[in-house]
Design a protein around this ligand. Structure first.
Ligand SMILES: Cc1ncc(COP(=O)(O)O)c(C=O)c1O
Length: 404
């Protein structure tokens, strides 16, 4: 008789977004006249930029003619896209990454979830707390995390690195040595970042202890400060210890189009075994490539027009972030993030816990955000607002919050 992968049964229910949905639906039913403003979502709202639409149309037309039709894409992605990525995202920033170290995919979530497959189940992972849930949950599915303690909401075999106001929401080097370290900067949910010197410490540490850093840079486009690294490969020695995950979702609005990539340098080796070769094998066996049409759209992200239009789009969201940040500060809230990231992390007032503040904000202002405790125990007492709404809604939400 067959057996299931019972690691799945260990996963605690993810109540965060379903609970939010239920609470909002109940409130709407009770107050049908109230217009709810949603600043909880991590999804973009602006339409695709004209340069991208143009590239999509052109590629669709190519698919309609025998001479320019494209079937299966190359395993690792089309060269035109990998060349553009290598040049614009790495070489122009002084980072030594070549096009054959880039694996094009349909987004960072899949890569973040799948990358653990090339590592032994005996490896110990370290994650930030609070954290984007995909890193931990996919390791639970693989059987790498031990047992779950519902009281502390932690796994026995996971090393948690609290990111708190005391450490500026940047993790400290763990006391226990991990094998795999998940880092995400600019961070979801806290909106924090690290300086290049801080990231260099992580790279040095990983090389020293023989760990691999899985570096999620999905929000790289939102960096505005000079000293914040755009890629981990700006750090010396990262080629021997780091894998980087990137997404077109937040820099170019591809959440519904789907495109991302993973970088594995050829110098990243365990003995004679190259992780690049393992991932190439995995990619070739389990993945048949992002669509040609979408990869052409991705190429347009790097065209001069595409770059200019997307800079404006990111600036639009970051203007929302500034509006939220300054509005909340003026209203007396303790806030962080929102400078190099589209996320604002606020301390709940008057000792309210995250869910109490969620209810309070919904009841009093008709504004929806995300309770920090949903991202991990250190998120308790915090709340996430996002800059991905429209400017008009963002301003209206802040007016309501100020007059609560
Ligand atoms: C930290 C982080 N990584 C990855 C993703 C997913 O990116 P993609 O849309 O490319 O799958 C998200 C999406 O919200 C995210 O917040």
């Amino acid at each position: 008789m067959y057996k299931i992968n019972d690691n799945y049964l260990k996963l605690p229910g993810s109540y965060l977004f379903s609970t939010i949905g239920k609470k909002v639906a109940a409130y709407s039913a009770e107050h049908p006249e109230k217009q709810i403003i949603r600043l909880g979502i991590g999804d973009v709202t602006q339409p695709l930029a004209p340069a991208i639409i143009e590239a999509l149309h052109k590629a669709v037309d190519e698919m309609g003619k025998a001479e320019t039709f494209h079937g299966y894409a190359p395993d690792l992605g089309y060269e035109f896209l990998r060349n553009a990525i290598a040049k614009h995202d790495y070489q122009d920033r002084g980072a030594d990454i070549s096009e054959d170290e880039i694996f094009v995919s349909d987004g960072a979530k899949c890569d973040a979830g799948n990358i653990q497959e090339i590592f032994s189940v005996d490896n110990k992972i370290a994650v930030c707390d609070p954290v984007y849930p995909v890193y931990v949950d996919t390791n639970v599915m693989a059987g790498r995390t031990g047992t779950y303690d519902p009281k502390t909401e932690t796994w026995s075999d996971v090393i948690y690195m609290p990111c708190t106001a005391e450490n500026g929401f940047a993790p400290e080097l763990p006391k226990e040595t991990p094998d795999l370290i998940y880092l995400c900067f600019p961070n979801n949910p806290t909106g924090s970042t690290v300086t290049k010197a801080q990231l260099q410490e992580w790279v040095d540490y990983a090389n020293r202890v023989g760990a691999v850093i899985i570096y999620d840079a999905a929000y790289e486009a939102y960096i505005s400060e000079e000293d914040v690294p755009h890629t981990i490969y700006e750090c010396e020695g990262a080629r021997t210890c780091a894998i980087e995950l990137r997404s077109f979702s937040k820099n170019a609005g591809f959440t519904g189009v789907r495109l991302g990539y993973t970088v594995i340098p050829k110098d990243l080796k365990q003995g004679d075994v190259s992780l690049h070769a393992l991932w190439a094998r995995r990619h070739g066996t389990k993945y048949n490539g992002a669509p040609y049409i979408v990869q052409r759209a991705g190429e347009a992200v790097y065209s001069p027009e595409g770059k200019a239009q997307l800079k404006e789009q990111v600036a639009y969201y970051m203007n929302n972030a500034k509006t939220i940040l300054e509005g909340l500060k003026a209203a007396g809230y303790t806030v962080s993030g929102g400078v190099n990231a589209p996320y604002i992390w606020l301390k709940t007032p008057d000792g309210m816990n995250s869910w109490e503040f969620f209810d309070y904000l919904l009841e009093r202002a008709g504004v929806v955000g995300t309770p920090g405790s949903g991202f991990g125990p250190s998120g308790e007492g915090y709340f996430r607002l996002t800059a991905f709404g429209s400017y008009e809604n963002t301003v209206a939400a802040l007016e309501r919050i100020k007059s609560m």
